[in-house]
Design a binder for this molecule. Structure first.
Ligand SMILES: Nc1ncnc2c1ncn2[C@@H]1O[C@H](COP(=O)(O)OP(=O)(O)OP(=O)(O)O)[C@@H](O)[C@H]1O
Length: 627
C-alpha cells in the first residue's frame, strides 16, 4: 500500500484527547480487553457489510466470506487485526475515530472523580472501544476502504494517541479495515500465538464470524490461516452447551461493559412465529442508560436469521426497561425491514411483549433468589423502573411489586421496602398504604404530618426521589389497598387500634374552635384554612393539602424547572395540645399574637422544605420572642 498524498495532521476533538488519556492511564489492569474491543468492532463491520449487501449485493465484491485475521510480527513488534467488513470512507474515519459521537460524553467526563479506582469503573461503563488499543500500543495505524469504493479510495489513519493524528490516502487498500498496533516496550506478551489464541477463546469465542490466526507447523508459523473460535452466534447454540462464562463474555462484547452482567434470560420461541431472545441485566448502569436519556436508546440488537439488522431497542423495549441489553433474532421478519415497518408490525409487537415479560420475569426471579444483586439493581435502576408505572398500565401491578422504597421502618435511606413488605406489616384496622414525599430522606422522615401515624406504629413510605410524585399519580392502588399521601386530605385514624375515640375528638374540636378562629383571622390570606390536626403529636403545626392538590415540593420543583404552577394555598393544621398554640389563644396583645401565629405558619413551611418569602422578618420575630 502506498500513500498517494502527503499526510494531513489533525487534532483530536478535546473530548477524545481526554478520554484517550483516561483510557490509557486507568485501564492498564484490564489491558487485554483491547483485543476483545477490536475484534468486536471488526465483527460489527462484517455485520454491517452483510446487512448492506442484502439491498446491494455488489458491495461484497465477490468476497462474501467474512472473517477477522490476527497476525503479528515479533521483530517489528506489531500486532494487526484485519477484517473484510464494511470499511470506512475518509469522512467516516474522521467522524468515527477523531470524535466521540455520544451526546453524554461531556457529562461523563464531568462525572469523573479523579479517584482512579472509581474512574476505572466508570470508563468501563462508558465503553472504550477503539481507543483501548492505546493501552498497549504507542502508535496505531488504521488502513481502511469502504465496501463499494474504488481501490484508490483507501484511507490511512495514524496516531500515537496523545492529541493528534494524521490521515492520508492509500492507493491499493483492500476492502475492510486493518488496525496495526505498534506495541509498547513491555507488551511483548501479545506477540505470541498461544496468548492470542487463549485471549480469543476467553473473550471472543462467541463471535459469529471466523477469527483466524496463522497456522503453526513444527513450531513455525505458516502463511495459512486457521479458525480459532466457535463461529456460531452464541444465542443460536443450545443452552445446555453454554456455560456462565460464555454468557458473560458475550455480554461484555455486546455491551462494551467490563463488569459482569447481573443476570440473563435466553429463550427460543417456536409457534406462529419463531425467534430467539437473549436479554441481559447489567450490574452497573451502562453509560447510555445513565446519560443519553430516554431518547437515544441503544443496547438491544435485532438480527433476522442471523443477519444483524439494526439496534432496535426503541421498537422492542419500552423506555422504562432501557437498562436491558441483548439480542433478538427473528426467523420470520423480512430482511429488508425498515424502522417504519418495525414500528407498526404485528410480529414485532409480539416480540416486544415477550421481551417485556422476560425482563419482568428475570427481575422477579432476581428479587426472589438473590437479595444482594436485586438491591444493587434497585440502587442503579430503581428510578428508571418507576417510569413503567406510568408507561405500562398492563404490567403496573407487576412493576409495583418490584419497586422498593425507604420507609419509617427502614434503616437509612436505602430503598429496601416493597409494597408487599409494607402490607405484611399493616396494623389492625389500617386500610391504606401511607406515604409522605419530600426533597430528602431527613425531611420526609421528620415530616410533622406523619407524627400521629408513627406514634400508632403505622409505617410510612418515604418518597424522596424526584420521579416519585409523578409515578404516584399513576399508582392509586396496590393489591386492593389505596396509596395515600399522609400530607393530603383528612386522615381518619378512628378505625385503627389505639386510634382516637370519635367523641373525644369531636369534643377537642369544639374546645379548639376559638383558637382556630383566632388563627384564621391573624393569618388571613396566607392560608386556605386552619383546622385541628389528627396528624400531629409533638409539633405545633403542619401544612397539608387538599386531596387533589399538587404536593408542595413538587410545585417547587416544577417552578424551578420553569413551569407555570398556579399557586395553591396550603391548609394549616394545628395541635391544640401544644403550648405555643395555647399561648396564641390566650395572648391579648394582638401584635404579639400575630407574630406567634405567623411563626407557627413559617415553622410549618420550613419543616416542609420551603424557602420563606421573608427570612429576615422570620428571624426578627424569633428574636423578639427570645428576648
Ligand atoms: N473495524 C472497523 N471497521 C469499520 N468501522 C469501524 C471499525 N472499528 C471502528 N469502526 C468505526 O468506528 C466507530 C467507533 O468505534 P468504537 O469502538 O470507538 O466505538 P463503538 O464501537 O461505536 O461504540 P461502543 O464501543 O459503545 O459500541 C464505530 O462505531 C465504527 O463506526
Amino acid at each position: 500500500m502506498t500513500d498517494t498524498v502527503a499526510p494531513q495532521t489533525r487534532k483530536f476533538e478535546a473530548e477524545v484527547a481526554q478520554v484517550l488519556h483516561l483510557v490509557t492511564h486507568s485501564l492498564y489492569s484490564h489491558k487485554e480487553i483491547f483485543l476483545r474491543e477490536l475484534i468486536s468492532n471488526a465483527s460489527d463491520a462484517c455485520d454491517k457489510l452483510r446487512f448492506e449487501a442484502i439491498a446491494n449485493p455488489s458491495l461484497s465484491e465477490g468476497d462474501a466470506d467474512l472473517h477477522v485475521d490476527i497476525t503479528f510480527d515479533a521483530d517489528a513488534r506489531t500486532l494487526t487485526l484485519r477484517d473484510n467488513g464494511i470499511g470506512m470512507s475518509r469522512d467516516e474515519v474522521i467522524e468515527n475515530i477523531g470524535t466521540i459521537a455520544r451526546s453524554g460524553t461531556r457529562k461523563f467526563l464531568e462525572s469523573l472523580s479523579g479517584d482512579s479506582r472509581k474512574d476505572t469503573q466508570l470508563i468501563g461503563q462508558f465503553g472504550v472501544g477503539f481507543y483501548s488499543a492505546f493501552i498497549v500500543a504507542d502508535k496505531v495505524t488504521l488502513v481502511t476502504r469502504r465496501a463499494g469504493a474504488d481501490a484508490s479510495e483507501g484511507v490511512k489513519w495514524e496516531s500515537d494517541g496523545t492529541g493528534e493524528y494524521t490521515i492520508s490516502a492509500v492507493a491499493d487498500a483492500p476492502r475492510g479495515t486493518s488496525v496495526t498496533l505498534h506495541l509498547k516496550e513491555d507488551e511483548s506478551e501479545f506477540l505470541n500465538r498461544w496468548t492470542l489464541r487463549s485471549l480469543v477463546s476467553k473473550y471472543s469465542d462467541h463471535i459469529a464470524f471466523p477469527i483466524r490466526l496463522p497456522k503453526e507447523e513444527e513450531g513455525k508459523l505458516t502463511d495459512e490461516f486457521e479458525t480459532v473460535n466457535h463461529v456460531a452466534a452464541l444465542w443460536t447454540r443450545p443452552k445446555s452447551e453454554l456455560k456462565d462464562e460464555d454468557y458473560q463474555s458475550f455480554y461484555k462484547a455486546l455491551s462494551h461493559d467490563f463488569n459482569d452482567a447481573a443476570s440473563w434470560t435466553h429463550n427460543r420461541v417456536e409457534g406462529n412465529q419463531s425467534y430467539t431472545v437473549l436479554l441481559y441485566l447489567p450490574s452497573k448502569p451502562p453509560f447510555d442508560a445513565m446519560f443519553s436519556g430516554r431518547d437515544e436508546r441503544k443496547g438491544l440488537k435485532l438480527y433476522i436469521r442471523r443477519v444483524f439488522i439494526m439496534d432496535a431497542s426503541e421498537q422492542l423495549l419500552p423506555a422504562y426497561l432501557r437498562f436491558m441489553r441483548g439480542v433478538v433474532d427473528s426467523d420470520d421478519l423480512p430482511l429488508n425491514v425498515s424502522r417504519e415497518i418495525l414500528q407498526d408490525n404485528r410480529l414485532v409487537a409480539q416480540i416486544r411483549s415477550a421481551c417485556i415479560k422476560r425482563s419482568l420475569d428475570l427481575l422477579e426471579k432476581l428479587a426472589n433468589d438473590d437479595a444482594e444483586k436485586f438491591q444493587a439493581f434497585i440502587d442503579s435502576f430503581g428510578n428508571v423502573l418507576k417510569e413503567g408505572i406510568a408507561e405500562d398500565a398492563a404490567n403496573r401491578e407487576r412493576i409495583a411489586k418490584l419497586l422498593r422504597f425507604a420507609s419509617t421502618r427502614s434503616e437509612g435511606q436505602t430503598r429496601t421496602v416493597s409494597l408487599d413488605d409494607y402490607i405484611g406489616r399493616m396494623v389492625a384496622g389500617q386500610e391504606a398504604i401511607y406515604y409522605v414525599s419530600a426533597d430528602s430522606f431527613a425531611a420526609a422522615k421528620g415530616s410533622p404530618q406523619i407524627e400521629a401515624l408513627r406514634s400508632r406504629g403505622i409505617e410510612v413510605l418515604l418518597m424522596i426521589d424526584r420521579i416519585d410524585e409523578w409515578m404516584l399519580g399513576y399508582l392509586n392502588e396496590y393489591n386492593g389497598k389505596r396509596l395515600r399521601n399522609a400530607a393530603k386530605g383528612d386522615i381518619d385514624l378512628t378505625a385503627i387500634a389505639g386510634g382516637d375515640d370519635k367523641d373525644a375528638r369531636e369534643a377537642a374540636a369544639k374546645a379548639a374552635e376559638p383558637v382556630v378562629a383566632r388563627l384564621k383571622e391573624l393569618l388571613g390570606e396566607r392560608v386556605k384554612d386552619v383546622r385541628i390536626s389528627q396528624r400531629l403529636t409533638d409539633s405545633p403545626s403542619c401544612l397539608v393539602l387538599d386531596e387533589y392538590d399538587m404536593a408542595l415540593h413538587l410545585q417547587r420543583l416544577m417552578r424551578e424547572a420553569g413551569h407555570e404552577v398556579p399557586p395553591s394555598k396550603p391548609i394549616l393544621e394545628i395541635n391544640p395540645q401544644h403550648a405555643l398554640v395555647q399561648r396564641i389563644e390566650k395572648d391579648t396583645d394582638t401584635a404579639r399574637a400575630t407574630d406567634l401565629a405567623v411563626l407557627l405558619f413559617e415553622q410549618a413551611q420550613i419543616m416542609e422544605g420551603a424557602h420563606l418569602d421573608d427570612p429576615a422578618a422570620f428571624v426578627r420575630r424569633v428574636n423578639a420572642l427570645l428576648a
